[in-house]
Write a protein that binds this ligand. Structure first.
Ligand code: NAX
Length: 332
């Protein structure tokens, strides 16, 4: 039997956390032969609910689950962690200023960065889910300088999967026949869901999605708007934000990162920009990536037309603005 991998989930008593921990314990994230130890971090206010999640994990008698910790102590939570999924955060409530939300999250991510840096495994991989996801990941990176840049990422896989889902519905093909969409930029409404490089496998072989939909306008207008606004549509219908799809996509993100992407296909991840495609270096920006042996690399050489460039720049500017808001909160 393999040695267990220790996975931290912060905010595990919340709705995404509650959907995510059973998937991890079942092997959906790291594979059906990989034992796991779960560390769940919560805050005092949610401690009872967090203890209840631990009780349920024990009750479910998962064969792969070798241990569970439910704690409000950030040091205990981060100690020996191999994979950290950061779901805990301060949500935006009605009537709240953007600045107040940012300020709260900046202090949470600053503190948790230091704890991870000091106590997690040396090669700990980090996925930030909590919003503003890219900027929380950026703050984490700033305050955990000894964690390699390549190990800090944020979730845009849900947006990526949403785009695949919309195209599959439109073409009436199974979602696994569609691949290589791209989410560029910020996990916010300025993100750019780009299907111009996507392909679909049909009975007569692989063809571009642009050709298959035979309506370029749909890809450039409706698809983009639907994916950008999908989170809001779920909130409107469910009165709560997406949870099961977010949890499932977080598993996809880590699984592909650790175990690799299939040959010929890429996925979207919010990663540290190295300047590819003219995106300012150092921003946490969502790019198309392939993964091999636990390392992601940005897909190079894709043609970027005028339309894409404008959209990619708009989401860059959104991220630069968030970054300066975060810095101004730090200096308060
Ligand atoms: P919930 O409010 O249900 O859960 C958040 C949990 O975090 C709560 O249990 C809270 O007590 C806990 N928490 C707060 N501060 C903490 C701290 N300092 N340390 C540890 N835990 C802390 O929100 P939920 O719907 O689960 O969403 C979680 C986060 O994911 C939110 O920030 C949300 O905006 C974000 N999302 C991001 C997505 C993405 O694609 N990147 C999609 C899903 C989700 O909306």
């Amino acid at each position: 039997e393999k040695d267990p991998v220790t996975v931290l989930v912060t905010g595990a008593a919340g709705q995404v956390g509650y959907a995510l921990v059973p998937l991890i314990a079942r092997g959906v994230m790291l594979g059906p032969d990989q034992p796991v130890i779960l560390h769940m971090l919560g805050i005092e206010l949610a401690k009872e609910a967090l203890d209840a999640v631990k009780m349920e994990l024990i009750d479910a008698a998962f064969p792969l689950l070798k241990g569970v910790i439910a704690t409000t102590d950030v040091v205990e939570a981060c100690t020996g962690v191999d994979i950290a999924v950061m779901v805990g955060g301060f949500p935006r409530k009605e009537g709240m200023e953007r600045r107040d939300v940012m300020s709260n999250n900046v202090s949470i991510y600053k503190a948790q960065a230091s704890a991870l840096e000091k106590h997690a495994s040396a090669n700990c991989k980090v996925l930030v889910v909590a919003n503003p996801a890219n900027t929380n990941a950026f703050i984490l990176k700033e305050f955990a300088p000894s964690i390699p840049d390549k190990n800090i990422t944020c979730l845009t896989r849900l947006d990526h999967n949403r785009a695949l889902g919309q195209i599959s519905e439109r073409l009436d093909v199974h979602v696994n026949k569609v691949k290589n969409v791209i989410i560029w930029g910020n996990h916010s409404s300025t993100q750019y869901p780009d299907a111009s490089h996507a392909t679909v496998t049909t009975d007569s072989g692989e063809m571009s999605v642009t050709k298959a939909v035979s309506n370029d306008q749909w890809l450039k207008t409706e698809l983009i708007a639907t994916v950008q606004q999908r989170g809001a549509a779920i909130i409107q219908a469910r009165k709560q934000s997406s949870a099961l799809s977010a949890a499932s996509s977080a598993c996809d993100h880590i699984r592909d990162w650790v175990l690799g992407t299939p040959k010929g296909s890429w996925v979207s991840m919010g990663v540290y920009s190295d300047g590819s495609y003219g995106i300012p270096a150092g921003l946490i920006y969502s790019f198309p990536v392939t993964c091999e042996k636990g390392e992601w690399s940005i897909v190079q050489g894709l043609k970027i037309d005028e339309f894409s460039r404008t959209k990619m720049d708009a989401t860059t500017n959104d991220l630069i603005e968030e970054k300066s808001l975060a810095y101004s909160c730090l200096n308060e």
